[in-house]
Design a protein around this ligand. Structure first.
Ligand code: SAM
Length: 287
């Protein structure tokens, strides 16, 4: 079904199915016809690719993905949307819809079972209430995927795509940069959605790194990063002693040995400094 961007068509479709929007599930459906083709094209929906879509809604983006990719698996939590999707996407035989919470799906297993012989990419207009947990799950589970292309709130895009060492960077920026190269592709105004959300959005793309930085212990590296960033406006010395329980003098020694200024704040640190900090912390504090 190609006219799914037309608000009158959407309203009539939803009325026929007795569907009302759930704010709780972040249901803001795209009605701007230029956005989904761009997400699909920039998100690697093409021959030789299998695509995982998170939250298909009534299927506007799914439609563009199915036209271009070899195979599409769309994961939708809201059961009420399933009969609607069967209607709007009935012409596609390269599509499978799974009724589940994305946070509960074993995506590694799904990729192995469904996408044998294909490269894989993830595309979504994510429900905003779970942006960070979903992105962290996708990155931390080290899925064999080429890219994650998704709509997020403009403010979340500022944080996720910030260069390390800049004021907007936070613990989540470090995680994104560790696993991927993040880029803001384009901005999308609130009027592009039905119903319109209270904020503007951006589409971002995370190109997954083939090789992640070398750290002595990944779990500890992220614990340390979260620890120092819990007090992002304080110095790294204070973060290390406050959140990680390192005695102040030892914290100063670790920081100096890492080549970091004693007055530096976490947001000023780039990946090589964070890695050195982890190495020096491990050397002195991990038995
Ligand atoms: N892709 C559609 C579009 O662009 O118009 C809908 C996007 S809407 C922002 C988010 C979609 O994610 C909704 O269909 C919602 O029901 C679904 N959703 C919400 N929470 C989910 C979850 N935990 N797992 C899977 N889908 C979810």
């Amino acid at each position: 079904m190609d006219n799914l961007y037309d608000p009158a068509v959407i309203k009539s479709l939803l009325n026929r199915h007795g569907f009302t929007f759930s704010k709780r599930l972040g249901q803001n459906f795209l009605i701007n016809p230029s956005v989904c083709p761009k997400i699909a094209e920039l998100g690697n929906a093409r021959a030789g690719f299998g695509i995982i879509e998170i939250g298909p809604g009534i299927g506007v983006l799914t439609n563009e993905l199915c036209k271009r990719a070899e195979k599409v698996i769309a994961i939708e939590l809201d059961q009420r949307l399933l009969p609607i999707l069967s209607e709007t996407l009935s012409e596609y035989h390269n599509l499978k819809i799974i009724n589940a919470d994305i946070l509960d799906v074993d995506l590694k297993e799904l990729i192995a079972e469904e996408f044998s012989g294909l490269s894989v990419a993830i595309c979504a207009n994510l429900p905003y209430y779970i942006t960070s947990p979903v992105i962290m799950k996708l990155l931390e589970s080290r899925l064999p995927v080429v890219s994650i292309t998704t709509m997020v709130q403009r403010e979340a895009a500022d944080r996720l795509c910030a260069p390390l060492g800049s004021r907007e960077s936070g613990a989540v920026t470090v995680a994104v940069d560790f696993y991927s190269e993040a880029e803001r592709l384009f901005n999308v105004g609130r009027g592009s959605f039905m119903p319109p959300p209270n904020v503007d959005s951006s589409v971002i793309r995370l190109m997954i790194r083939e090789k992640t930085p070398n750290v002595p212990n990944e779990e500890l590296f992220f614990r340390l990063v979260r620890g120092i960033f819990t007090q992002r406006r304080k110095t790294v010395v204070n973060g290390l002693s406050g959140s990680m329980g390192v005695e102040k003098q030892l914290a100063s020694e670790i920081i100096s040995a890492s080549g970091i200024s004693l007055t530096a704040r976490p947001e000023e640190l780039k990946m090589p400094e964070l890695i050195r900090l982890c190495e020096e912390y491990c050397r002195r504090c991990v038995k």
